[in-house]
Design a protein around this ligand. Sequence first.
Ligand SMILES: [Zn+2]
Length: 285
Amino acid sequence: METSKYMMPDDFTSSYYLVKDTSHVKVHSFVSPGSMFANATHIIELPTQLILIDGQFFAQYAQEFRKLANGLNKPITRFYITHDHPDHYLGMGDAFPDVTVYALPEIKDAINHRGNHELTEKQHHFGSLIATRLNYPSITVEPGVEWIDGVQFVFERVLNTESPVTLVIKLPDLAIAIVQDILYHNTHAFIAAPVAEWVAALQRLQHEPYDIFLPGHGIPAGKADIDNAISYLQKAYDIFLKATTEEAYKQSLLKIYTHYAGAKLIDIYLPLLFRNKEVAATHPD
Ligand SMILES: [Zn+2]
């Protein structure tokens, strides 16, 4: 794959990418508009079945994702949710009520406990842009290797990156790693805590034998995009440490990364990130 042939999604329309096409397997990526968080969700098309990864945030894009899957004319046998942030599972409830949802045990528990609260809260905030119901995870994923339709899948649990727990799915035969929110591709990252362990996870990916990295936000990526993501996190956290107000932080970041998608994500995480600063400020040394 040459990432250069891909255009970033524009601000108002979703976009579709055929990431890989061998005689045996196809991998498809669907990305919501840049102004709507550029949520990236994926389909692994095997000879007899489809495996889907992540469920979008807004109902409309989950419906578009469903249309894409339906057009492939194969049954959806597994739907993986990689982590428990609402932009990865709230969208799909109405569009995919009939699929079996897989998640790591702690993600399954978190969505079963908090999912309905998230749904109600986001419905209150975004109205009819949000789906009317959830499809809860029912099958537990354990890290390890599995062969499906003759294709090797490696399931990994990665800790303390953008989210405390993330499921990563690697396809060694295809040199594709589906890393979701560990990699934000030319999109503002959701930063709510110190980034050192997150950066370390990205650095480990740089040394692994994969060519294509599918992010949770933004278009399909290559290794060079991981360098950019590391630099973004380090710069952003540095700005945070020096910034005296939330607004100053946001403006500095927007000034450097003018072309990045998902600027609205900054507003969502700002209070969470600056909560840490207030704690630090009330306990000066
Ligand atoms: Zn996300």
